[in-house]
Design a protein around this ligand. Structure first.
Ligand SMILES: C[C@](O)(C(=O)O)[C@H](CC(=O)O)C(=O)O
Ligand SMILES: [Mg+2]
Length: 298
């Protein structure tokens, strides 16, 4: 994306959205994953709220992490990777002034986009039962506060509605329309399930729609091409790599205990050379040898 390097993160995100239909957005739980995603050709990356809670704090996705917890992970990722980063800001961490601060802190940390949802502060994963949502009016105020606070007009503010599970399609569409009228740049239609649902969102709204293709949830693992045909502009894979990393780590830990060595699982590991390649390790080492290590022989 070197031709877009002069752009703000938000403008980069919008350029990626225009250039890819749909835009695939992959979860990168840490800086190194972000570097791998970029070098493998991805155009946009994501920091999952559930992921920050689970991976960085060992907590469930129940609204227990704070703004600062998430900002710390955003900063690590944006320092290492210049792909546009979308961040899950849950419910925005408070009232209008808190949400405004959240948006400003996200911009300063180098995020390109956020999504803010209409669940109550004591939120749950969108694919779990018994979610509770705030009134449409309260969510409209959240969006107004967010939009008003951004300093870069290209910073992308997406409204996520969790209403489908509680209130059904018609109500969820009505909410989504109100959120767009309040200034939302896109709609995250959480936990909808069928072609009919995605098409209904895409047809009712003239902003980009995001499909959350998270595993072991309520949504089938629809293909990106198919979702694009149904009108989705973005396809999110929030925790896919994280789940795979966990499974690999589990196997390694078990094998070391069981076998007394790790020989049986070495093929499941990234090699030292591949690790170094993604890091650009050899460039650092060369610099060390050619520049900084000169003095030691004198
Ligand atoms: C997208 C999401 O908000 C997240 O935090 O990654 C989660 C994903 C998941 O739990 O599978 C959600 O859909 O609520
Ligand atoms: Mg989340």
């Amino acid at each position: 994306m070197s031709e877009t390097n002069h752009l703000s993160p938000g403008a980069k995100f919008r350029a990626a959205l225009t250039a890819n239909q749909p835009l695939q957005i992959v979860g990168t739980i840490n800086a190194y994953c972000a570097m791998m995603a970029k070098q493998l050709g991805h155009q946009a990356i994501y920091l999952s709220g559930g992921g920050v809670a689970n991976a960085s704090y060992g907590l469930p996705d129940l609204g227990m992490t704070s703004l600062n917890d998430v900002v710390a992970d955003v900063q690590r990722i944006t320092a290492a990777c210049d792909l546009p980063l979308m961040v899950d800001i849950d419910t925005g961490w408070g009232g209008a002034f808190n949400i405004a601060k959240t948006i400003r802190d996200m911009e300063k940390a180098g995020a390109a986009a956020v999504h803010i949802e209409d669940q109550v502060a004591q939120k749950r994963c969108g694919h779990r039962p018994n979610k509770e949502i705030v009134s449409q009016g309260e969510m409209v105020d959240r969006i107004k506060a967010a939009v008003d606070a951004r300093t870069d007009k290209d910073f992308f503010i997406m409204a996520r509605t969790d209403a489908f599970a509680q209130e059904g399609l018609e109500k969820a569409l009505e909410r989504a329309k109100a959120y767009v009228a309040a200034g939302a740049d896109g709609i995250f239609a959480e936990a909808v399930q069928t072609e009919e649902h995605y098409r209904a969102f895409a047809e009712a709204l003239d902003v980009p729609i995001l499909a959350n293709i998270t595993e072991f949830g309520k949504t089938e693992l629809w293909n990106a091409k198919q979702l694009g045909e149904w009108g989705c502009a973005m396809v999110l894979y929030p925790l896919s790599a994280f789940r795979a990393m966990n499974k690999a780590a589990e196997l390694v830990y078990q094998t070391i205990l069981k076998d007394g060595d790790q020989k049986a699982v070495v093929d499941n590991m990234q090699t030292r050379m591949d690790l170094y390649d993604y890091l650009g390790y050899h460039d650092y080492e060369q610099k060390l040898d050619s520049l900084f290590a000169q003095g030691k022989n004198k």
